[in-house]
Design a protein around this ligand. Structure first.
Ligand code: GRF
Length: 200
């Protein structure tokens, strides 16, 4: 059965693109039924328009009351028919109503080997700065389930990336991102095949 995916992204959406590419090439039996962004100028929305997908901009600009916004996100995903939600560089916290409507079915990708280098403040380039400051020789990416704590839900899969002696946060970010593009579709394939089971 084709997996119906809702995507939430704030930025360029290259991870979202990797999911779309896996679908288009026939590697992943899934359909992106809705793309949401809190950023009306997100590259992710541009990618959604180019691929002729349903998309919405939902943010504090469209819904100043956080409870209204949470409801709108939940309803948009539900009405779109999403069975799971993939966060792909989504920079906002998911509200309680949306979490309750998709228990254990909201996934996130984080550019480090959780539980290391997660939590508040650990996003974007800061993650890679922390990896280098810690002197880690190995980093990577993690796909995990979202709960109401930052970066703490069940880990579904990880990929490792060696840190090289002359790495800068930027070079590391680029190499990790390349592996993220392999990891996210791989996790989704395993969900479709039943190798990874999502339980609330
Ligand atoms: C990725 O590094 C992802 O791990 C993190 O945000 C970044 C999003 O990049 N959560 P993109 O928008 O998918 O290119």
């Amino acid at each position: 059965m084709t997996l119906k995916i809702g995507v939430m992204a704030s930025g360029s959406g290259s991870n979202f693109q990797s999911i779309l590419d896996a679908i288009t090439s026939g590697e992943l039996d899934a359909e992106v039924v809705m793309v949401l962004s809190n950023n009306s100028r997100a590259g992710a929305l541009e990618r959604a328009r180019r691929a002729n997908l349903s998309w919405r901009h939902l943010s504090s600009a469209t819904h100043p009351d956080p409870v209204d916004l949470d409801r709108a996100i939940r309803d948009t995903m539900r009405d779109g028919g999403a069975e799971i939600i993939c966060l792909a560089g989504y920079m906002k916290k998911i509200g309680d109503r949306t979490l309750a409507a998709f228990p254990g079915r909201i996934l996130n990708i984080h550019p480090a080997l959780l539980p290391k280098h997660g939590g508040p403040g650990c996003y974007g380039i800061h993650v890679h700065e922390k990896v280098l400051a810690a002197g880690d020789t190995m980093t990577g990416a993690t796909v995990h389930i979202i709960d109401n704590q930052y970066d703490q839900g069940r880990i579904l899969d990880q990929t490792t990336v060696p840190v090289e002696p002359n790495d800068t946060p930027e070079t590391l970010q680029q190499r990790v991102l390349k592996q993220e593009h392999v990891l996210y579709p791989r996790v989704l394939r395993r969900i479709v095949s039943g190798t990874i089971r999502l339980t609330p």
